[in-house]
Design a protein around this ligand. Structure first.
Ligand SMILES: C[S@@+](CC[C@H](N)C(=O)[O-])C[C@H]1O[C@@H](n2cnc3c(N)ncnc32)[C@H](O)[C@@H]1O
Length: 251
């Protein structure tokens, strides 16, 4: 039998599959304290609208009805806090992320906002939750950082209840002529420069830009979601294809 390929990519570099996670962790350790500020600066505030669209799609109950949400790769709790603002008293939110520093910022933000969100250090490839624990799983700008995406999708499927909803917000591919060149110019020049100016680290943001280019096209990623077992899989491009909101159901 032939061994499966052991390589993957870290931005535009080819790296050993087992080496990628440590490199990703270094990136988010270095940016954690300025992560939310950087999102505002890089996207001109647009990430807020993308995340609000994600929260609208989650549609948490506004009343006492029990509802459990896992926000995977939830970092500084930005999505979880938005859901908490909209949800009723029956909603229980768990943030899982592999990075201690990102989670620390999230815990501080949730405490300041007086929201009882649980923050757990966990790898998306091996979730520490029983089968069928959650009504919804969200992951925003996280999946492309995970070395074994298929494994993570399998784990998400496993921890969702039957009838549960998976929603994934991720950078996508701009295919509007003119906008694509402008987007490239902005991504490869302006974003690393903002990273250098704000956190003294252009490389972290070069990785982010490159990793977006290496992520599968939306139709290919939708196929991966289907292959993990999800049904009624769909995706909605936003902002000219800069990001896409993917949706699938465990039925
Ligand atoms: C771009 S940030 C997104 C944070 C947050 N979801 C948001 O939208 O603001 C990517 C996050 O993925 C996390 N991450 C990377 N690899 C992971 C893994 N294998 N398991 C869980 N989280 C992971 C990083 O630690 C980081 O917090």
């Amino acid at each position: 039998m032939t061994e499966p390929p052991r390589d993957t990519h870290f931005g535009f570099r080819t790296v050993d599959l087992d080496a990628k996670q440590g490199m990703v962790d270094d990136v988010f350790r270095s940016v954690a304290r300025r992560y939310d500020l950087m999102n505002d600066l890089m996207s001109g505030g647009l990430h807020r609208a993308w995340k609000d669209a994600l929260v609208t799609a989650v549609n948490p109950p506004k009343n006492q009805r029990a509802f459990t949400l896992l926000d995977l790769a939830g970092g500084t709790g930005d999505v979880a806090l938005r859901v908490a603002e909209k949800a009723g008293a029956g909603t229980r939110i768990t943030v899982a992320d592999i990075n201690t520093e990102m989670l620390a910022v999230g815990r501080e933000r949730a405490a300041k906002a007086h929201h009882a969100i649980e923050f757990i250090e966990a790898n998306a490839e091996a979730l520490p939750f029983p089968d069928r624990s959650f009504d919804a799983v969200t992951i925003a700008f996280g999946i492309r950082n995970v070395p074994r995406i298929e494994t993570a999708l399998g784990e998400i499927f496993r921890v969702l209840k039957t009838g549960g909803h998976f929603l994934c917000l991720e950078f996508s591919s701009v295919d509007i002529p003119g906008l694509d060149r402008l987007y490239d110019l902005y991504s490869f020049n302006v974003i690393p420069a903002i990273g250098r100016a704000v956190i003294g680290d252009a490389e972290a943001y070069r990785y982010l830009v490159e990793s977006i280019r290496k992520f599968p096209k939306p139709a290919a990623f939708a196929d991966m979601i289907r292959a993990a077992g999800f049904r009624r899989v769909s995706h909605t491009p936003m902002s000219g294809g800069v990001v896409a909101l993917h949706s699938g159901w465990r039925l």
